[in-house]
Design a protein around this ligand. Structure first.
Ligand SMILES: Cc1ncc(C[n+]2csc(CCOP(=O)(O)OP(=O)(O)O)c2C)c(N)n1
Ligand code: SF4
Length: 297
């Protein structure tokens, strides 16, 4: 969430749209994009304040399809780049998009540190349990036994538990949704955007090309169940309660697992910068930095 209030003008889907998405027919990522347009439009976030950052993967092509500032960056490195943007420009809404490979595998270390530092941004992880762009390799969330190009006899490694990892890393808003549940997805995205701090929405988004049916167990239209977290009976700031939800057997519950307020790194850093400025009003930013670096020698 940006630290300045957004103006009232609402952007339409037409205004937010750019380029025609290149995803395969019925890929879950289409619904995620539509939901993003809907929520960002409704919140009235202005064009020039929207920044979309992504790594590499099918889902990471997201910034091409949004008419805003956008960067398609290195595989797994979206978060460090987004961190720099967020810290230096508190007036912008920084969004990060990517897949389970990008976020939990090569970018897993960055996820942990962005969460513990409580960087002010919203991160949507389109988890499809597979590497889609590179055409069906085992990802960190692929269930044991599932065959892929890298595991022709079936995956043997225990998959990671994204929700448990996020809770233990210290993310301050952690939600889980399903791309086939549009209303719920809209609600989760809106709450993530409005949350001041590091907000992550783990979004089950089916790869219809390489892993069709992966999330049927969480989709009532396919005979599954879509059970919601009952927030009224829970302590939303309890990591133990969030861990209990995270440990539930797939498909488990959907909704906000954990939500708390903690100072963001953005606030802490800016307070430090303002303090330094107030003590050295005669120095330019450049000279202030020079002085600081000289002191480090
Ligand atoms: C450093 C590096 N390693 C590997 C790759 C190859 N690569 C590109 S995308 C990708 C994984 C994509 O999977 P995921 O992030 O889950 O996104 P999806 O395509 O499923 O949306 C890999 C391994 C790369 N581009 N760069
Ligand atoms: S390969 Fe899978 S994730 Fe990639 S666009 Fe096609 S359906 Fe979507």
């Amino acid at each position: 969430m940006s630290e300045t209030a957004p103006p009232a003008k609402k952007l339409t889907k037409k205004e937010l749209k750019a380029d025609h998405p290149t995803w395969c027919p019925a890929c879950g990522d289409f619904a995620v994009l539509a939901s993003f347009f809907n929520v960002v439009g409704n919140l009235g976030i202005p064009h020039e304040k929207i920044v979309c950052v992504a790594g590499i993967g099918c889902s990471s092509r997201f910034p091409y399809f949004v008419n805003a500032h956008g960067i398609h960056f290195i595989h797994g490195r979206a978060l460090p780049l987004a961190t720099g943007i967020s810290l230096s420009r508190p007036d912008l809404h920084v969004f990060v998009f990517g897949g389970d490979g990008d976020g939990y595998s090569i970018g897993g270390n960055h996820l942990t540190h962005a969460a513990r530092k409580n960087i002010n941004l919203s991160y949507v992880i389109m988890d499809n349990f597979v590497y889609g762009l590179t055409k069906n390799q085992t990802s960190p969330t692929t269930p044991i036994g599932r065959r892929s190009k890298t595991d022709p006899r079936g995956a043997i490694d225990r998959p990671i538990n994204p929700m448990a990892q996020l809770v233990s890393s210290g993310a301050t808003f952690i939600a889980r949704t399903h791309a086939a549940q549009v209303k719920h997805m809209n609600e989760m995205f809106e709450r993530a955007i409005l949350h001041p701090g590091f907000a992550v929405v783990e979004t089950l988004s089916e790869c219809t090309m390489f892993y069709p049916g992966a999330f049927d167990a969480g989709n009532p239209r396919k005979g599954g169940t879509f059970d919601l977290v009952d927030e009224s009976s829970r302590d939303m700031e309890s990591t133990a309660a969030a861990m209990e939800l995270a440990e539930e057997e797939f498909p488990g519950k959907f909704g906000v697992f954990y939500e708390t307020k903690r100072p963001t790194k953005n606030e802490l850093e800016w307070a430090w910068i303002e303090d330094a400025r107030s003590k050295t009003p005669d120095l330019s930013e450049r000279d202030l930095m020079r002085k600081r670096f000289a002191g480090m020698r």
